[in-house]
Ligand binder design. Structure first.
Ligand code: 5GP
Ligand code: ZN
Length: 110
């Protein structure tokens, strides 16, 4: 089972930000900014395009709900990032959406 499936199944601990029947959101272990969060489908898909439309809607709704919770951090903006395939920088082969809160004057993402 992949590492993000294990997080979804609570076999590996993570700092959970939001959860519903379809998704789990948790803080990135190596955050690029305060509140950097990953949103994953509970079902294993490798890449964004593998997901059926219905699940995709659930995933993106989870992204929105997670952003609502992160708003308590008083960020000034946020990036939504999704890497697919090694060439694009995908390290974990379980779809995940990065939510990267941004603060005025912070460093640009590398
Ligand atoms: P990718 O490069 O695949 O788009 O991003 C993978 C992300 O997962 C990285 O930002 C990395 O820090 C994060 N990550 C990898 N392993 C773990 C883990 O075990 N727990 C958590 N919370 N984040 C992880
Ligand atoms: Zn998985």
């Amino acid at each position: 089972m992949c590492i993000f499936c294990k997080i979804a199944n609570k076999e590996i601990p993570a700092k959970i930000v939001y959860e519903d029947d379809y998704v789990v959101s948790f803080l990135d272990i190596n955050p690029r900014s305060k509140g950097h969060t990953l949103v994953i489908p509970k079902r294993h898909y490798k890449t964004f395009d593998e997901m059926d439309d219905e699940y995709l809607c659930h995933l993106m709704k989870g992204v929105k709900e997670t952003i609502k919770i992160l708003k308590k951090l008083n960020f000034d903006g946020y990036n939504i990032v999704n890497n697919n395939g090694r060439a694009a920088g995908q390290e974990i082969e379980h779809v995940h959406i990065h939510i990267i809160p941004r603060y005025e004057g912070d460093e640009a993402i590398k």
